[in-house]
Ligand binder design. Structure first.
Ligand code: UGC
Ligand code: NI
Length: 172
């Protein structure tokens, strides 16, 4: 059991840096084309929802996040074995992401990212991530994730609480 507390320093969110965890959802001009008589630019196919295991279906929700006490303690991660989960900010405010690609995550295996208010992410199925972390008093996100088939309880949430002191997430 580690007695040292780990400090996580967020790095800028880029598609390349986040590739092991899922996709970054942002207005990538190279994936866009004009529609609607040239009045609208479509940023196309930025991510694909992966939610149909065990009869799951995609749903859209809004999460209204509020900040955690400072210093932000990272004491656990969670994952969704049956589906991806996408977070798209609905206002231009930065937010924080903590993930791990270890099968058995520890504070030292975590990576932190700072997302701009124009960046969303989709966590790939079964990727360890911390629940929503925001910096403003309230921040709304559009969520695309999985609902179990009506009446069929698919267990789509696994949590891993760290032993010892966990980690502290540095605020940029
Ligand atoms: N619990 C829930 O729906 N939210 C988490 O999955 C999260 O990643 O914020
Ligand atoms: Ni989640």
């Amino acid at each position: 059991m580690s007695s040292e507390i780990v400090t996580l320093r967020p790095e800028p969110l880029t598609a390349k840096a986040f590739a092991a965890f899922g996709q970054v959802i942002e207005a990538d001009h190279e994936k866009s084309y004009l529609i609607n008589e040239g009045t609208t630019r479509r940023f196309h196919d930025l991510a694909q929802a992966d939610v149909t295991d065990e009869g799951g279906e995609a749903i859209l929700s809004i999460f209204r996040g509020t900040p955690r006490p400072l210093p932000i303690a990272i004491s656990m991660l969670e994952r969704h074995p049956l589906g991806s989960q996408a977070f798209v900010p609905m206002q231009p405010a930065p937010w924080l992401i903590v993930v791990s690609d270890a099968e058995n995550p520890t504070p030292a295996s975590c990576r932190a990212f700072l997302a701009t208010g124009s960046q969303g992410v989709q966590y790939a199925k079964n990727v360890w991530h911390h629940p929503l972390l925001v910096l403003e008093p309230t921040q709304d996100f559009l969520i695309v994730d999985r609902q179990s088939a009506k009446g069929k309880a698919g267990d789509n949430l696994e949590e891993r609480w760290f032993d010892g002191k966990g980690a502290i997430l540095q605020i940029p």
